[in-house]
Design a protein around this ligand. Sequence first.
Ligand code: HAM
Length: 410
Amino acid sequence: MGAQVRAISFIEERARALMERYAVREIRIPILERIELFMRSTGATSDIVEKQMYTVERRGEGADEGRTVLRPEGTPGVVRAYIEAGLDRSDPEQRFFYCGPMLRYERPQKGRYREFYQFGVEVFGRADAACDAELLIMIDDLRRELGLQLKMELNSLGCADCRPAFRQAVLDYGRAHFSELCEDCHARLERNPLRLLDCKLDARIAEAAPASLDYLCEACRKHFDTVRDLLGRSRVEFTVNPRIVRGLDYYMRTTFEVSSTALGAQNAVLAGGRYDGLIAELGGAPVPGIGFAIGLDRMALALLESSRKFDAAPQVAIIALGQAATSRALELAHRMREEHKLAVEIFSPERGLKALLRRADRIGARYAVIIGDNELARGVAQVRELAQSSQREVKLDELPSALASALAAG
Ligand code: HAM
């Protein structure tokens, strides 16, 4: 509502403009998807698939055809659509963005919701480190456009060749410290040992756990070094954090998270990474991919915390007392909006002058324009500058331009 929605729209507008400059095309993906899609991509042992997906019940004929869920994230749906359109074979190099609601069953708190908005970007057909760097530069551009203090953290998770040894090392480490792990880590250690690394409860244990960077094969190391080097040359600020393992199964090589220092526990405002095996896993050609998603709700909270104003105060509040005055007010407001691009609100004539003036002040309007029968008969309006409580009379015909110049003068 209110400022939060305006902040979300502001981020979305800026992000859309950025997409034009990076030649990324929009894709619209459905909210309903088959459950198998997420089991095979996000991961059957991920928290999202295990405990957070909403399944949709349908009545009537064919209701048992297979389970449908409300999408908890956008990446798998974009990959599915890309494969279904045959682009993985006919024209694999593609860049898409999407924006819309995602649904996860979470314990709600500030910055963590069951329905939230993501703005995501997916790039297909590029395996080179320059592509990772370009995406991270894009994120850096957004960070600057929004004027936010954000921390960018990178890691590399290795590939199918080097990850098994790393996974085994974390598993061995977890087994050795089993009695010190939290309940969640106990339950998932054997199935998904890497989650131990980003466990918030076991931060001390995670701190001392093996790091993926020590297990990278030659090709993965070179890839990661090149990404870092390219970012350095572009003056993108980042830190390497070996704890960025991500809770979704499809990632490999470069992974990243961007967080806001202005937020509390739920401070990750954007996250993503490379997923070179995913397209083939979902039945497509062996095409590489990489992407990220902005959590719009959280990014908006960060903007609001940064003291940026997103309230929708009208510049002018018109108080028209009586029917004839209301009709004139409509015409004047239209001129102010069309000719001078002013933000104008006409107040309901039902309440008394005093109450309406109080409201104009409370919602932050700069000027209140009062038109009563007396003013109408004389062709004038009373214009009150609310912060100063000063009032003057202005001719109705001159009102739109007089207000526009007063506002422009500051
Ligand atoms: P994710 O880390 O699950 O990644 O979500 C990305 C962002 O969405 C998070 O950093 C956070 O800002 C926001 N978010 C996630 N859950 C919630 C929630 N319950 N309430 C509010 N905001 C939330 C993905 O979804 C991947 N699909 C990103 C990606 C795209 N990777 C490659 N391409």
